[in-house]
Design a protein around this ligand. Structure first.
Ligand SMILES: NC(=O)c1ccc[n+]([C@@H]2O[C@H](COP(=O)([O-])OP(=O)(O)OC[C@H]3O[C@@H](n4cnc5c(N)ncnc54)[C@H](OP(=O)(O)O)[C@@H]3O)[C@@H](O)[C@H]2O)c1
Length: 335
């Protein structure tokens, strides 16, 4: 089959497009999915580059989020048929492992998956939209809903709002009725964020986002439950960590699911106790996050902004959009 294969860690040239990679073999409890769409994530950069302290078995086919049609089903498969439109949940919760990292993923014509990882794509939802969901939007959903408990009373500041998790956080906060302030680094990103429903946008490269929040909502008051925002979404870390705390109202929630810039930022405990913050971590997603998101798509309550689609032969180049921070929403490859 045609596939994009990583034989060794490194830069863009290590993602090798080939036309004769071995087809996956269907086990009795497995299906083979003809891949219609896969989406790329910041995680693919970690996999491509190699992560300190983590050894991956190579070669591997990247691409964590896979949507397509069942083209073959093993003898023990029940409830699924050839031709069904499915999303593969990237987490193998039975044997362990992650599609696109330890299990061959979506940058290929075909992908094998055990039946317990399959999620039905509702009628009317495109493969591109479905493939946008699991890693970025699934994580955003758990962070905003289960962990963050965002609702219509919230004023939510989202940093890194233009990317995968970021656009997910904005769209989900809007579905739950919150007021959203979205930060981005270019005017094009801010335009896109306004189009998807952000109530306010801030170019944090040009202005101090802390002061912009104080202009919008008044400076947080330590002794009162007033001023500032009630929720900050920060998966950037680095210099933005303490700045985020300066935007939060007393009793607010600082939500994080990653550290794109750095994972050991300076912190300032005075803000944590004075303003009685909750710092809430969130990791990954559960199956109900994916089904809820598919429902939002099928009910027309959400549309994921998409970059591409790119053909398989240009997947390495598509990942460059994420690397160079040029992406808005999700990068889609259609094998
Ligand atoms: N825990 C989990 O289960 C989980 C799951 C998914 C993702 N994550 C993490 O969440 C983060 C975002 O993932 P993603 O796939 O949404 O990435 P993405 O699509 O590349 O979006 C990240 C956004 O953050 C902003 N940013 C700020 N500082 C950056 C920096 N130093 N390098 C790159 N971008 C920077 C960029 O927007 P501007 O240029 O506008 O600032 C960019 O659009 C990553 O750290 C990822 O590892 C964690």
């Amino acid at each position: 089959m045609k596939a994009v294969v990583l034989y060794e860690h490194g830069q863009m040239d290590k993602l090798i497009y080939e036309e004769n990679f071995a087809d996956p073999v269907c086990g009795p409890g497995d299906v083979i999915v003809g891949v219609k769409a896969t989406s790329l994530n910041y995680h693919d950069l970690f996999t491509r580059n190699g992560m300190p302290g983590i050894t991956l078995k190579l070669p591997i086919i990247c691409g964590l989020d896979v949507a397509g049609e069942i083209i073959e089903a093993g003898a023990e498969v029940k409830g699924w048929s050839i031709g069904d439109a499915v999303l593969i949940d990237p987490r193998n919760r039975v044997e362990g492992g992650l599609v696109g990292e330890t299990i061959h993923g979506g940058l290929a014509e075909y992908c094998r998956a055990p039946q317990h990882q399959l999620v039905k794509i509702p009628d009317g939802v495109s493969f591109e939209q479905a493939a946008s969901l699991p890693v970025a939007y699934g994580t955003a959903h758990r962070m905003m809903v289960t962990r963050g408990q965002v609702d219509a009373d919230d004023k939510v500041l989202v940093l890194g709002a233009s990317g995968g998790v970021g656009t997910g956080a904005v769209l989900i906060a809007k579905i739950f009725g919150a007021e959203v302030v979205a930060c981005g680094s270019t005017e094009a990103k801010l335009d896109a964020l306004t189009k998807i429903g952000a109530d306010h946008v801030i170019n944090y490269k040009e202005t101090d986002f802390v002061k912009e929040i104080w202009n919008l909502y008044d400076k947080p008051h330590r002794r009162e439950y007033a001023g500032g925002v009630t929720v900050v979404v920060n998966f950037t870390g680095g210099e933005t960590w303490v700045q985020s705390m300066r935007c939060l109202r007393r009793g607010g929630r600082l939500l994080t699911c990653g550290a794109t810039e750095s994972y050991n930022p300076p912190t300032d405990l005075r803000y944590v106790w004075s303003f009685e913050f909750d710092i809430r971590g969130s990791n990954s997603w559960e199956r109900e996050d994916l089904t809820a998101l598919l429902d939002y798509l099928s009910e027309g309550r959400m549309e994921v902004p998409i970059a591409g689609p790119f053909p398989l032969s240009r997947a390495a180049e598509a990942l460059r959009l994420i690397e160079d921070r040029e992406v808005i929403g999700k990068v889609i490859v259609t094998p």
